[in-house]
Design a protein around this ligand. Sequence first.
Ligand SMILES: Cc1cc2nc3c(=O)[nH]c(=O)nc-3n(C[C@H](O)[C@H](O)[C@H](O)COP(=O)(O)OP(=O)(O)OC[C@H]3O[C@@H](n4cnc5c(N)ncnc54)[C@H](O)[C@@H]3O)c2cc1C
Ligand code: FES
Ligand code: FES
Length: 1315
Amino acid sequence: RLAPRSATVSRLQSAGQMGLTGTKLGCAEGGCGACTVMLSRYQTHTQQLLHYAVNACLAPLCSLHLVAVTTVEGIGSVARKLHPVQERIARSHGSQCGFCTPGIVMSMYALLRNNATPKMADVEEAFHGNLCRCTGYRPILEGYKTFTVEGGCCGGRGRDNGCCLANGNTESPSLFNAADFAPFDPTQEIIFPPELMVNNLTHKKCVVPARYNLKNSLTKGQGSASLRFHGDRATWLQPASLDEFLRLKWKHPDARVVVGNTEVGIEVKFKNMVYPVILAPAFIPELNAVTHTEDGVVFGAACTLSHMGAVLRQEVETRPPHQTQVFLAVLEQLRWFAGLQIRNVAAVGGNIMTASPISDLNPVFMAAGCRLTLMDRDGSRVVRMDEGFFCGYRKTSVRPQEVLLSIEIPYSKKTQFVSAFKQSPRREDDISTVTAAMSVTFAPGTAVVEDLRLSYGGMAAVTALAGKTAARLLGRRWGEELLQDACSSLAEEMTLDPSAPGGMVTYRRTLTLSLFYKFYLTVLHKLREQGLNVEAVPSDCLSAAEVYHPETPSGVQIYQAVPEGRGQDDVVGRPMMHLSALKQATGEAVYCDDVPLYENELYLALVTSSKAHAHILSIDSSVAEAMPGVACCVFAEDIPGSNAVGPITYDETVLADGQVTCVGHIIGAVVADTQLAAQRAAKAVRIQYEELPHIITIQEAIAAQSFYQPIRTIESGDLEAGFKQADHILEGEMHIGGQEHFYLETNVTLAVPKGEDGEMELFVSTQSASKTQLLVAKVLGVPANRVVVRVKRMGGGFGGKETRTTVLSTVVAVAANKLKRPVRCMLDRDEDMLVTGGRHPFYGKYKVGFLNSGKVVALDVSYYSNAGNSMDLSLSIVERALFHMENSYSVANVRGRGFVCRTNLPSNTAFRGFGGPQGMMVTESWMTDVAQSLGRPAEEVRRLNLYVEGESTPYNQILDQLTLDRCWDQCLQRSGYQQRRAAADLYNRQNRWTKRGLAIVPTKFGISFTAAFLNQAGALVHIYTDGSVLLTHGGTEMGQGLHTKMVQVASRVLGIPCSKIHISETSTNTVPNTSPTAASASSDLNGAAVVNACQTLLQRLAPYKTLNPKGSWEDWVKAAYFDRVNLSANGFYKTPDLGYSFDTNSGRAFNYFTYGVACSEVEIDCLTGAHKNLSTTIVMDVGHSLNPAIDIGQVEGAFMQGLGLFTLEELHYSPRGVLLTRGPGSYKIPAFGDIPTQLTVSLLRDAPNDKAIFASKAVGEPPLFLAASVFYAIKDAISAARVESGVSGPFRLDSPASAERIRTACCDRFTKLVQ
Ligand SMILES: Cc1cc2nc3c(=O)[nH]c(=O)nc-3n(C[C@H](O)[C@H](O)[C@H](O)COP(=O)(O)OP(=O)(O)OC[C@H]3O[C@@H](n4cnc5c(N)ncnc54)[C@H](O)[C@@H]3O)c2cc1C
Ligand code: FES
Ligand code: FES
């Protein structure tokens, strides 16, 4: 089948059974970059080779005629030879789970193919379209800096030449040594296939049959041939000439024109649009031409945005500045337009013709009065882009038979000023909240407005001109009076209905004024610079007019090197590379969906509920079952065992039985021979519902008293006495939004029935192999010993694959059991986000009593979590929130209550931190309130309240080996807190519209599963007679480097190099009854079990060592074998002395605590709500690190995930419980540009931990909360802004501190105007 809707590059690979699995699918909507490949094309008219990165997921197969595709496998491999781009990301620790890595490698590779000596700014631009959820990005940039003119770490070789080691950073060696990297030789790259270099422009018709052999068709002589591809649902026509294009459009007026496919691809995949005829004019010369006229530059409609950018940059360099104002505005919009992969293919014509109300370019084109040439078979006409051009939502005045030929972007006039603005939740690769362009022309030699055009996107169903306001200001002088009138007029003219799509109505209206104010200041400043008699821009307002230009981030990592003299073979404590990193960088690492197809394998697609709460009246699957390729449908009655499942409480169904309790509740599934057939058929299943009342939000749950039982309480001291003792009492509340895990690899299961005794083997991307085994066995009605679950590695987990993976794996198992054939399903990103839940939203309500000194003496806090439609792990999560309700502060009298709200959302679940971050976030809110109400510096109040050694927590655990004070003092000192504070205060006095804020925040994270029985682990170690060791343990690898650490541990105990030890996978038939890989405790638990097994083996080998002390490891192994010694041993570990009871508030809840402190500084733009992360300094106590590279990777990755949680990521649900944010297009995780400009991570020295393996500490979750320092730095900056408006004292700021919340909290004259 060659339907353009499915024909992506990745499918080309699997369809061709080429076994190329390196290109990953993370979203299928161009938003994550995991699928990045490089395309190369010979351009006949310029005789140039073009190399460019694209998103394979949006690249139609049919568009690849005469194009060479290079995937990650094409540039190097571990088996052959690594490409330096692959090697450097791996050795610089830039790959954790590795699922994003091939895409990042290919973005970098494409950059180097075009520019072998890029600048860091080029590298940063190249990554605008790539996301990574694990690393925090810093190591990737660090590794790739070595390719740039700026150069990376010299490993100490350049000590005389600005080397950081010579500049004071002598505390620890670099985490990698660039001197080890293979040199990069750009002359050695693979060449472009000569057979694709076609000069001969024939107009021969070339009809490609459905069973089309791409390889054979790529022969010389077909350069601009007309091509026709027939699919079962669409025909793709590639005209060879403009004439032919016009004729085809005349014949097929409803045909969709496709150039970059970045709009149409999304419509087809996600909006179920079917376009029977597609016209692909991408290679028609006239549509790609760039011509210079007297008035401006004319771009053919198919010019890509990258090409347009390059031409305009050239113009800006060569023309007088006054002529290029419009070009600069276009370039400013292009800077933040999608990612490079999109800009490389998306056409300017596509952006105009899509007519999106939030297009970033159309406002500029409208403000500049650009002219469009439209053409049909009979001729052409020129229209101006004005209020008449966009005539409705996604509608233009272009006639159906017409095409857009070109756009003319004019030179600006001498007295004209143009600016463009884009405000979006995330700067990089995000759609606009409001986008605007403004152009003013003055009467020569005056400041009197002759022409004014204010164009806004995001304020109506079309890109809108504020015509009335502009008309009112004509003939007026540019000055304060004009500003005031402009703002009042805009406030009247740019209104929005309270229910306008996209929400944020007040914020968007405020932005229209704020952005105009920025334009006003910019123009005023320029007029003044030109010597015109206008008011001077007050110096404290200048920063409001600055255009944001990112600075290249820099990082310092400090750790304790292993003591000198320790043998090189002992790798514990050394920054060893993740053992799979090289394979991940080359695409050779095997993930669950890379398991080769079984011959008779089928694919499964889910049928899910569209109602939040309803009775199912009927299910009609007859149409679906009759569709081609469909093997069967699966519903509740097909479950042979029990339909009642759940990780702890069996309160869920595998497949809905009569009732659905959330949108996304799995009702059934369709199994077919291909993914496409299954997914199409799943959409054809008709379900009738009778809707029931639903509860969506925490507030609705509180109102309905809809709680799961029990309601947890931890109480200590005497609350009443505490409040009596207090000098002040304040109350407050806070809401903390949920978070999507956004592991780059979505959920996937392959179930293979073995044909006898009910046996089944499952390959699952899960953190809980044993839980999956038990639930699948329960559902199939077989004993657990018939089910084997195997996990090689995951492309990220973060808690999201602890329990919710079973919602998919049980269904796939039922289908495989019913059909007795292998069945596979990898969820699409939107399905994964819809079905699997995420971090619990929390609402916290507090009353806090404190003394004049700032000492907190009483706390009464209630937490409400939104658990969704089943219990899952929600009770344990709210318990952990309670265990962290005082964060790192000693409070004598406390009561904390935890309510788990039952709602009609998909069940929320574990997520890195497991309720702890939400618990501590509320703590820091009341701590900030206390400081603000006393008018005292927050850091002083925090320091005053910090725990000291020997104090007891509210759950009666004595704190020993406390390092909080050391972390705190070092963080203050390393961050230069006092100097920063003084500088920020000065900055704030000097700047009205940009403010800086600082915060230093501690964390204390309890290590252990709070369910005591889970604190156990097993290991199995085999020594083979050649001396090689196969190590298995109960933990799973999800990128966190657990397997690497376990090999390091075994290597130390056995006294052999890591190269002799291998971990193949985690499986239930090697180590049984494992706990999930969670709670940060997997190195502690599994590490101790590995030690246990290895020690057993060492004891067995001891006699042979004694007999032959000079012998080798292999000699002893062989001797033992011939002496009939068992060379296989299992190991076991359980954490001693654990077991907390809520009934008695006694017993140890945690084995120990991991501590850390972070100090962050931010700058906010009070007018837009945007913020910059200026610096973060983290000091983290991870004991004696087993592997500082991995631990620092965890600190940075967790910090960035926390940064997303607290400042960026927002899940939106409709009032009827439909998740609206279902992919990277609408749900924004931090990108490369969100890293703090200065990031210092330091692991506390000399802090051994006697309670875990080799004196180390757990690290996976604890650092996440430290990102709260950014949130509270933002709050600090907002406070400074509020003071300007005469408002002071505590105020509520919910999490995340989104641009909308920041802007709204900075109340000022503009916010008042729209209220
Ligand atoms: C991940 C992602 C990020 C994005 N980010 C942004 C962003 O930041 N800002 C923004 O504004 N947009 C953004 N977009 C939207 C999109 O990329 C742009 O609108 C792009 O310019 C569309 O160009 P295209 O060539 O890919 O269009 P296509 O999908 O190929 O076509 C789009 C439409 O234009 C019509 N069309 C194209 N050429 C002609 C012609 N010559 N004559 C008549 N009709 C024609 C087609 O019929 C079709 O309806 C993003 C899209 C994605 C997927
Ligand atoms: S899979 Fe293509 S960009 Fe995400
Ligand atoms: S390493 Fe980047 S997503 Fe996991």
